[in-house]
Write a protein that binds this ligand. Sequence first.
Ligand code: SF4
Length: 93
Amino acid sequence: MNPRQIKLLTECPPRYQAILTKAFDVKASPRAAIRAFCLHCVGYSLETAVNCTSYGCPLFGYRPGQKSASAGQNRGQFGKTGDSEETDEGLPQ
Ligand code: SF4
């Protein structure tokens, strides 16, 4: 992990440190990494990420809270299918 990533981790709410750490360590699934990115994008407000209205964002259909609509359309986009694309993997319940 580089110094910038370590700094971001210290600024991240504890509940999201695990998903961010996995993403930084390249151990998160692509979907979990996108969720980490969305959380970072909106200042770690899960509700804001779920209700994001940035329709032009390429990650819009993959943001937290999106279960089947985009996952079905884009299944296989990141390689293997069935790798938790329909869950909020990596997010605290
Ligand atoms: S979908 Fe919304 S929350 Fe996620 S990266 Fe894009 S703008 Fe940010």
